[in-house]
Design a protein around this ligand. Structure first.
Ligand SMILES: Nc1nc2c(ncn2[C@@H]2O[C@H](COP(=O)(O)OP(=O)(O)OP(=O)(O)O)[C@@H](O)[C@H]2O)c(=O)[nH]1
Ligand SMILES: [Mg+2]
Length: 163
């Protein structure tokens, strides 16, 4: 299973998603610094909201296999500019959290994430666990290690080298 880097503004639901993916009961825990777990790298929202702290995110993201941009379904503005994919060397996915809240605008948030370059967009409710298994399945789709022959075969088919 690939490791997922979680990036998004404070309160977007990054820590809750980590807990939901681990099958833990949700318990609020403000992220103060970057935490590396077995399945995710959980970052503080402030790092994504501050240009200078954002450089840290860029560096640490290289420790993960997949970059996840999290946006809550009721966020009033978008933190991620179009074409974020251009500065990553990893597959980029979008995760829309809080799909259960009043005022959720999933089509708008999906559009933001697609414009950022996300190859897949997942919708989750961390409280109930809805949609969480889809992310786990996606992370398991990627084989852990590829031989050079497999990489070459993927290249012949026009697939990404790491797929
Ligand atoms: N209704 C609803 N609430 C959620 C969901 N996900 C997270 N929350 C709530 O949103 C609040 C913030 O969640 P966190 O997971 O701590 O957010 P975070 O992105 O880790 O925030 P920082 O650590 O500050 O960066 C908590 O009170 C969660 O219970 C969701 O899918 N639905
Ligand atoms: Mg957190």
């Amino acid at each position: 299973m690939k490791k997922l880097f979680l990036c998004g503004r404070s309160e977007a639901g990054k820590t809750s998603l980590t807990q939901a993916m681990k099958g833990e009961k949700l318990h609020y825990w403000k992220t103060q610094y970057i935490n590396t777990w077995d399945i995710t790298i959980d970052t503080p929202g402030e790092a994504a909201e501050n240009k200078k702290l954002g450089y840290d995110l860029g560096a640490v993201s290289f420790d993960a296999d997949i970059i996840g941009l999290l946006v809550a379904a009721d966020e009033p503005f978008n933190l991620f500019p179009p074409a974020c994919i251009g500065v990553t060397t990893r597959p980029l996915i979008g995760i829309i959290t809080k799909i259960d809240v009043p005022g959720a605008n999933i089509p708008m948030v999906r559009m933001w994430l697609e414009q950022a370059g996300c190859e897949r967009v997942f919708c989750v409710n961390n409280n109930t666990g809805e949609g969480v298994q889809d992310i786990i399945d996606y992370l398991c789709e990627y084989s852990d290690k590829l031989s050079i022959e497999e990489v070459k075969e993927n290249q012949k088919k026009g697939l990404k080298d790491w797929a």
